[in-house]
Design a protein around this ligand. Structure first.
Ligand code: SER
Length: 314
């Protein structure tokens, strides 16, 4: 049985990843951590929760030792839009946090480190349709720069020290438990809350903006499947993964099928330029070949499930 540490577990992905990991590996074997945010009930009551700042390397070492950790999910990160408002902080948290995790993992003989990269690793010079795994990585956001540097760093630790690092380039994640904070793909989550509460949403991206996305249950599956993949079958450390690609107009039309009164208008802001620098769709065939990546949700089934879940709660 694994002993798993989830760093940054109060964020959008962590709050749903931790319960999924606890279900698979046992409540007490999954230690959830957060830096500042008080943990949601689901994290605190479901198993151990502690405060931990990945920038404090001694605190990190102590936790690895005391909890006999052998697997780390490093989820703490400043996302793309916030990163443009405070690029130096984004660099500090994203890169210094990561190297602390890699360094301590190396010395404490951690079995696996899962660290998500992002579609933000791509940039305006990358082919935007069906973007391949190996391609041009020239991002123009600080978030993207930290993802490219992080990918190289994680790969370096694998080659130089044999630390088993694994990364997936996540697209926008759509989830119902915790709102994302400070990303460019956040509109695809906000739109559901506003459609249910106000029947109206003002989108910060243009109607025809296509971005790759993934529904949270597929994201959990992606994390666990890559963690459990046979290392002999993995020919690289970083994988493109995707679920669904749609435009803002298309998701609005899908929501209207369930909430006919729903109205949307578009007021693009600085995030439009970020979105325009990212792929519209992703080629994830290598993930499919090497570790059987196979997402379940399409636009229709994701929309239906989101509306059902959120309508009950809101
Ligand atoms: N969801 C992220 C963002 O929009 C992309 O990885 O910043």
């Amino acid at each position: 049985m694994r002993r798993i540490l989830v760093i940054g577990s109060c964020g959008q992905i962590g709050t749903e990843l931790v319960p999924a990991l606890r279900e698979k590996y046992g409540n007490d074997n999954v230690i959830a951590t957060g830096r500042r945010t008080p943990p949601p009930k689901i994290l605190k009551e479901g198993g151990p929760f502690i405060y931990l700042d990945a920038l404090e390397i001694d605190a990190l070492k102590k936790v690895l030792y005391e909890y006999e950790i052998d697997t780390i999910f490093h989820m703490a990160s400043i996302l793309s839009a916030t990163g443009e408002k405070m690029p130096q902080t984004a660099w500090n948290i994203n890169i210094n946090g990561l190297i602390n995790v890699l360094e301590t993992s190396r010395s404490y003989k951690i079995k696996n480190v899962i660290w998500p990269s992002s579609i933000a690793a791509f940039g305006p010079t990358t082919p935007r349709d069906n973007t391949p795994n190996t391609t041009i990585l020239e991002p123009t956001t600080m978030y993207g720069i930290t993802k490219v540097a992080g990918e190289l760093l994680a790969e370096y630790y694998y080659k130089k020290y044999g630390l088993d690092t694994r990364s997936m380039r996540l697209p926008g994640i759509i989830s119902s438990e915790t709102l994302p904070g400070g990303g460019t793909t956040d509109y695809a989550v906000e739109i559901f809350y506003e459609a249910i509460k106000k029947k109206q949403y003002t989108c910060f991206l243009k109607e025809d903006t296509y971005l790759p996305m993934m529904y949270m249950p597929d994201c959990n599956k992606c994390m666990i499947d890559l963690l459990e993949a046979d290392n002999l079958k993995l020919k690289r450390r970083v994988y493109n993964v995707t679920g669904i690609s749609f435009s803002a107009g298309e998701i609005a039309a899908e929501i209207k099928k369930h909430i006919p009164e729903f109205q949307i208008d578009y007021e693009p802001d600085f995030r439009q330029e970020i979105a325009d620098s990212w792929p519209k769709s992703i080629d994830d065939s290598l993930a499919r070949e090497e570790w059987n990546w196979d997402p379940s949700y399409d636009l229709a089934s994701m929309t239906k499930d989101m509306i059902e879940k959120l309508s009950k709660r809101l």
